[in-house]
Write a protein that binds this ligand. Structure first.
Ligand code: GLN
Length: 514
C-alpha cells in the first residue's frame, strides 16, 4: 500500500509507542522500527518524515545505539527527540556531554514562534524534560529555536537540510503543546495530507481481506475481548459465512462471560458467521496443573488455544486462514517492532507453536493501537458496551491467579471479581477507573471466622487510571466501597479470609499480576 507514512526510529525510549500514537492522532500513519533497521530498508519504505526517539544511553559513549550520517541525507525531514536530538548533533559534528543541571519533569520553555515547528505555539510554554545530558554545541548549520533556564538548546533546526532536534518530549501530555508541535512537523514540514482515517481503514481492510481470502475458509479465534471481537466482525463483513468463529471457553474467563459471548456471536446474534463454542475447561486445567511460572503459563495457554483450533479446524474440513486479534502494542512489546525489552510474551504473538495446520494467519488489527481498534469497532456498528469493555488478557484469569491454577481457585477469583464489579457499578463508578479486577494471590494467612481459626487465601483488588495502558496509577476507590467489597468477598467467597488493595503504579508494577 502506498499510504503516506512517518517512521519512528526507536532508540529504546520509554515513550516510543506514544510517539507513534500521537502522530496517528494527527491522521498520519506511523510505524516503529529499531535503530538497527537497515538504511536501505528505511529508504525503500519511502517515508514522509522520520522521528528519532529518546533512549536511556549517552550518545557520546562507546557501543551505544547510533545511526549513520546518511540517515540525515535521505532528503526526508528528521525530528530528533531527546536522545534522538542529542544523537543528531553528535553524528553531525556538534557536542553532547553531561549537563551541569539535569532536568526532570515540567519545565517552562521559551520558543521561537516564527519557526515552522513552533508555529502557533505560545512563546512561553510548558514542556516535559527527562535528561542528564545536553547539547553543549550544536552541529554546524543549526540554529537554536527554544531554550529553558537550564537548557541552552531545548530545540534547534537546520532548515536547509530539514533537520529538527528537540530536547524535550512532545509525545507526553505534560508537554502542553506537544501535539501541536508534532502536528506542525508532520503537516507543515513533512507535507503529509492526513489520510489515516478509521472509516477508510475499514473499507480498505474489507477489500484486502476479500482479495486475500477469495473462496477460502476462515477460522477465527474468538475470545470475547475487544480485539478478537472487532477482528471477527471485520472478517464477517468481508467474507460472511466463509468465516467460522471458534470460541474456546478455556475456563479462565470472568463469571458468566462464556454465555455472554455466545449471546452476541451465536446463532441468535446479528452477525453473519458460523459460531462454535468449545468447552475446554478441563483440558486447560489439566495442562496447567503444577505450573507456577507466569511465562510458562502464558505459553501453555497460548499453545493449547492453537491446538484446540487445529482440532476444530479438522472437524470443519479444510481451513485456509486463521484470524487473530493481535494489535500493534502486542507486536512491539513482544520485541518484534521497536527496541523495547520483552516485558511479557504476548498470547497472540509469542505463544504460537512450531507447527500450525493453516495456510496463513490473518491479523487484520496488527498495525492498530487500542484506541484505533475501538474506533474501528464503532465504525463496524459493534455495540458500545462491547467496544468499551475493559481490557482482558488472552490468558485470562490464568494470570490473575498467582502461582498454580486450579478449578477451585478459578471459582474463587471469578466470584470475587463479580462482587467487585457489581459493587463498583452500584456505586456508579464504572467509568472512573480505566480497568479494575480482582486477582488471587498465592498467599495464605491466618484469620478468624466465627471464633475459629482459618488459614485461607488473600484476594487482591486492583483498579487503575491510565490513558494508554503504557503507564498507570492506582485509582482512589472510596473507602466505603472498598469496605463493602471486602465484606462481601470474605463473607461470600469460600477460602478467602483477607482482601488487599494494590496501590502500585505502572511502572514499577504492571497492571496485571503476571
Ligand atoms: N540518556 C539521555 C539523557 O539523559 C537521553 C534521555 C532521553 O532520551 N530521555 O540526556
Amino acid at each position: 500500500m502506498d499510504r503516506e507514512k512517518i517512521i519512528v526510529i526507536d532508540f529504546g525510549g520509554q515513550y516510543n509507542q506514544l510517539v507513534a500514537r500521537r502522530v496517528r492522532e494527527c491522521h498520519v500513519y506511523c510505524e516503529i522500527y529499531s535503530y538497527k533497521t537497515d538504511l536501505e530498508q528505511i529508504r525503500a519504505m519511502n517515508p514522509k518524515g522520520i522521528i528519532l526517539t529518546g533512549g536511556p544511553n549517552s550518545c557520546y559513549e562507546e557501543g551505544v545505539p547510533s545511526c549513520r550520517e546518511e540517515l540525515f541525507e535521505l532528503g526526508v525531514p528528521v525530528l530528533g527527540l531527546c536522545y534522538g536530538a542529542q544523537l543528531m548533533m553528535h553524528v553531525l559534528g556538534g557536542r553532547v556531554c553531561k549537563a551541569p543541571v539535569r532536568e526532570y519533569g515540567r519545565v517552562e520553555m521559551m520558543v521561537d514562534t516564527s519557526t515552522r515547528l513552533f508555529h502557533d505555539v505560545t512563546p512561553l510554554t510548558v514542556c516535559w524534560m527527562s535528561h542528564n545530558d545536553y547539547i553543549e554545541k550544536m552541529a554546524p548549520g543549526f540554529r537554536m529555536i527554544a531554550h529553558t533556564a537550564d537548557c541552552p538548546v531545548a530545540a534547534a533546526q537546520n532548515t536547509s537540510r530539514d533537520l529538527y532536534a528537540v530536547q524535550f518530549h512532545p509525545e507526553v501530555l505534560h508537554t502542553l503543546e506537544g501535539s501541536k508541535i508534532l502536528h506542525n512537523f508532520v503537516y507543515d514540514i513533512c507535507g503529509c495530507a492526513g489520510d489515516w482515517r478509521m472509516d477508510s481503514f475499514v473499507e480498505t481492510s474489507i477489500q484486502a481481506i476479500r482479495k486475500k481470502v477469495g473462496g477460502g475458509k476462515v477460522l477465527c479465534a474468538l475470545s470475547g475481548g475487544v480485539d478478537s471481537s472487532v477482528a471477527a466482525v471485520l472478517l464477517s463483513k468481508a467474507v460472511g459465512s466463509q468465516l467460522t468463529c471458534v470460541f474456546v471457553d478455556h475456563g479462565l474467563l470472568r463469571k458468566n462471560e462464556g454465555d455472554e459471548v455466545e449471546e452476541v456471536f451465536g446463532p441468535g446474534g446479528p452477525y453473519d458467521l458460523r459460531f462454535i463454542r468449545v468447552n475446554a475447561q478441563e483440558r486447560f486445567y489439566g495442562k496447567l496443573k503444577g505450573v507456577e511460572e507466569p511465562e510458562h503459563k502464558r505459553k501453555i495457554i497460548g499453545e493449547e488455544f492453537i491446538r484446540v483450533f487445529e482440532e476444530e479446524a479438522k472437524k470443519i474440513g479444510k481451513v485456509d486462514f486463521l484470524v487473530q486479534g493481535t494489535i500493534y502494542p502486542d507486536v512491539v512489546e513482544s520485541g518484534l517492532g521497536g527496541e523495547s525489552a520483552v516485558i511479557k510474551s504476548h498470547h497472540n504473538v509469542g505463544g504460537l507453536p512450531d507447527y500450525v495446520d493453516f495456510k496463513e494467519i490473518i491479523e487484520p488489527l496488527r498495525n492498530l493501537f487500542k484506541d484505533e481498534v475501538r474506533k474501528v469497532g464503532l465504525e463496524l456498528g459493534i455495540p458500545e458496551k462491547l467496544v468499551y469493555r475493559q481490557p482482558f488478557p488472552g490468558p485470562g484469569l490464568g494470570i490473575r491467579i498467582v502461582g498454580e491454577v486450579t478449578a477451585e481457585k478459578v471459582k474463587m477469583v471469578q466470584d470475587a471479581d463479580a462482587i467487585y464489579r457489581e459493587e463498583i457499578a452500584a456505586a456508579g463508578l464504572e467509568k472512573t477507573p480505566d480497568q479494575y479486577f480482582a486477582a488471587l494471590t498465592n498467599m495464605r494467612s491466618v484469620g478468624v471466622m466465627g471464633d475459629e481459626r482459618t488459614y485461607d487465601y488473600a484476594v487482591a483488588l486492583r483498579a487503575v487510571n491510565t490513558v494508554d495502558f503504557m503507564t498507570a496509577e492506582a485509582s482512589q476507590i472510596p473507602w466505603e466501597v472498598l469496605q463493602r467489597v471486602t465484606n462481601r468477598i470474605v463473607n461470600e467467597v469460600s477460602h478467602v479470609n483477607r482482601v488487599l488493595y494494590d496501590i502500585t503504579s505502572k511502572p514499577p508494577g504492571t497492571v496485571e499480576f503476571e
